[in-house]
Write a new protein. Structure first.
Length: 228
């Protein structure tokens, strides 16, 4: 299963107090291209979730989606998350980091442990392992410079030790007038199917970096603050 990020939900419909996604954009599990899917489901019959189906706007083949309803016991609100059934989907960040030689095995082990204890519904252990992952993350990126600092202070130091603007600088180099990439954009060079998919992948990564990730972190922060 692969979760559809909030930035990829193109349209929603209101059922009482529940806002339900009805149109999403994501990579099609069938043709692997970016497509739009209009979701069809009987929302009146759902309690915690419902299977839905959407047809890819590119290849016209159907895919299965699952809409999950989560209730917040603190403020009695409900929210819907939507997932697409994709047999080739990864297990999220874990699959991306465990073979990355730049990332310490301590961070990989801590993150794997956090996932495992969360699956076991051990909330206290999840909190402990989340702290350990955060500590391992900033320790590796800040190196020895912030060993004696608090977690908050280490995060404040992070922009000084990690070049967070590097992706934008890379894109700046990529879009120079003499680059093959810029010539593709100006239709001076022909592109094949593989290159076209890479262009879309680049757009997705950039939108995630600039909009989706910052918005998601801010939303999580607000939810945590509301709950407590």
């Amino acid at each position: 299963m692969r979760e559809i990020t909030p930035g990829s939900i193109l349209a929603s419909t209101q059922y009482g107090y529940l806002k339900v996604p009805k149109k999403v954009r994501t990579q099609c599990p069938q043709c692997r291209k970016q497509g739009e899917f209009a979701l069809k489901a009987n929302f009146y019959q759902i309690k915690t979730g419902v299977f839905s189906e959407g047809t890819c706007s590119v290849c016209k083949k159907p895919s299965t989606f699952i809409l999950m309803i989560k209730e917040n016991p603190t403020n009695q609100t409900k929210e819907v998350t939507v997932h697409v059934y994709d047999p080739t989907a990864t297990n999220g960040p874990l699959d991306k980091i465990q073979d990355n030689k730049r990332i310490s095995q301590d961070l990989v082990r801590s993150y794997r442990s956090a996932l495992n204890v969360n699956q076991s519904n051990d909330h206290s252990a999840t909190a402990v392992m989340t702290k350990r992952v955060l500590e391992s993350l900033v320790k590796n990126l800040n190196a020895e410079k912030a060993k004696s600092q608090t977690l908050s202070e280490q995060f404040e130091q992070l922009p000084k030790n990690v070049d967070l603007s590097s992706p934008i600088q890379t894109l700046s180099q990529l879009t120079r007038p003499d680059s093959p990439f810029f010539q593709m954009l100006e239709l001076e060079k022909e592109i094949d199917d593989k290159t076209a998919e890479l262009l879309i992948e680049l757009l997705e990564a950039l939108i995630d970096y600039l909009y989706v990730v910052p918005e998601k972190i801010e939303t999580i922060k607000q939810k945590i603050e509301r709950n407590y």
